[in-house]
Design a protein. Structure first.
Length: 141
């Protein structure tokens, strides 16, 4: 399971929940340097994500202002930007669709660091499944 940290929700889990999840619960912030509360969108450089937002919303002049730059997380920055500059609501799926299309049709547009981060995430997810599967097999499941 790959998770974004939600401190309020995490506090509601039983105290032994995270020990039971050992090896199966990964936080995206563990893969994005300097962003412990990272969301999936944070694996992309901010300028590339903003380019996807501008394309998704057909708004070539949309840019983060000083008000947004101090906010943690690119999605949170864009939400604040939309509240300040636009009347519509920001929908994460729209730039996600643009990024998906770039990944499949223009992979050269995606920086090597993104491919590396995604690869590390999938490696860890695969390890968690391998560990779980070998544990289940040793217990006859």
């Amino acid at each position: 399971m790959v998770m974004n940290p939600d401190e309020k929700k995490a506090k509601s889990y039983p105290s032994n929940y995270w020990q039971a999840m050992e090896g199966r619960c990964l936080f995206l912030g563990d893969f994005v340097e300097g962003k412990p509360k990272a969301q999936l969108e944070d694996i992309f450089p901010e300028d590339l994500y903003m380019e996807a937002v501008r394309e998704a919303y057909s708004t070539p002049d949309l840019a983060l202002g000083e008000e947004e730059k101090s906010i943690e997380g690119v999605v949170n920055k864009v939400i604040a930007l939309f509240k300040r500059k636009r009347s519509d609501r920001f929908e994460k799926w729209r730039p996600a669709a643009v990024l998906r299309d770039w990944i499949t049709s223009k992979p050269e547009k995606i920086p090597d660091e993104v491919w590396g981060t995604a690869s590390r995430i999938f490696d860890e997810v695969n390890k968690a499944f391998e560990t779980r599967n070998s544990t289940e097999q040793s217990h006859g499941r």
